[in-house]
Every structure is written in structure tokens, then in C-alpha cells.
Design a protein around this ligand. Sequence first.
Ligand code: SF4
Length: 184
Amino acid sequence: MNYVLNDRESSKIVEFIKNFARKNSLWVLAYGTGCGAIEIPPTMTSRYDAERFSVRGAATPRQADVLLITGYLSVKTLKRVIRSYEQMQDPKYVIGFGSCTINGGMYWDSYNTIKQLDLYLPVDVYINGCMPRPEAVLAGFAKLQELIGKGEANGWKHYKENLEWYRQNQQKLIKNWKMPDYNW
Ligand code: SF4
């Protein structure tokens, strides 16, 4: 007897296959905003070899799946980071790397850095530490892959659905806001 899948079952299988492909092919745009960036070369090269886990560098935002923010983020840089994020294609993911992205870290009282990245961009995974070692970075990518596999890395959808809220937060800090509209 043949069993025919209904629409719901078929779309679940298709989504599972898509997520399997997505989590095993992460192209990373590493935006070296802070000192944590120094841990990226050993993570990506032969010592820790992130490519073993399907994580590799991307040359431009348009080719990237993951935006990696490596530490403190100045207000001036925030504008460029937002622009880079908005140029990436869906689905896309954000990793906040280091304590500075979580709560400002040692720059918590600086007049010119942001204190909490997820007020401005949808962070899927935070990696804590100052600075996180490559093992922690790889664990962060593993967490992201787990979320993608379960269909729970949905920050990019949250960004679209709550764009107005993100824009308000972004424009509170960035006074000379002159950017192209977000083009879906
Ligand atoms: S968390 Fe530490 S290592 Fe990372 S950017 Fe902040 S001060 Fe630098």
C-alpha cells in the first residue's frame, strides 16, 4: 500500500532538508569591531579549523549567512554594521561575540559604544567571555547550528516583523541617518 504525504508533512520534510543544508553551510562575515577579532584567525585556520564544522569565511555581506560581531561596537560603526546586515540575504543569523556585545563589558560606561547589541540587531547566539577563546567560538557556532536545525534561529524574521522598533532604537543613537531603505 502506498502512503501519500499530506501538504503539512511534505512541507515539514522540505523545511527539515533546508535547515539541514543551512546549518551545514555557514558562511561568516566577521565584522572585527572590537579586540575579540583577534580570536578569529586561529578559529578559522589550521589550529582550530572551523571549516571541519561547516563554518567558513564569506567575502561580502551578500554571500554571508552569519554576521559575527566581535566585541564592542562604537556608535559610528553601528551604522555600517546595520547596513551590512541589511545587505545579507535571508535566512541570516547574528552572533554577538564577547561580553561587550551583551552588556557593554569593560566599556559599559563609555559615551561612544553600545551596551546591548540585541537592541539594534536580532542576535541569535551570544558567546560570552572577554575575550572568548576559539573553543567557545566553536561552541557558539554549534549552538547556532542546533537552533537552525530545530528551526529556532529566527532572528531575521523577528527583525522584519519588528523593523519599526529596531529603527527607533537605531535612530536614537545614529543621528545622521541616511541609508537606503531596507529592501526585502
Ligand atoms: S569583550 Fe573583551 S575582548 Fe571582547 S571587545 Fe570587549 S573588551 Fe575586547
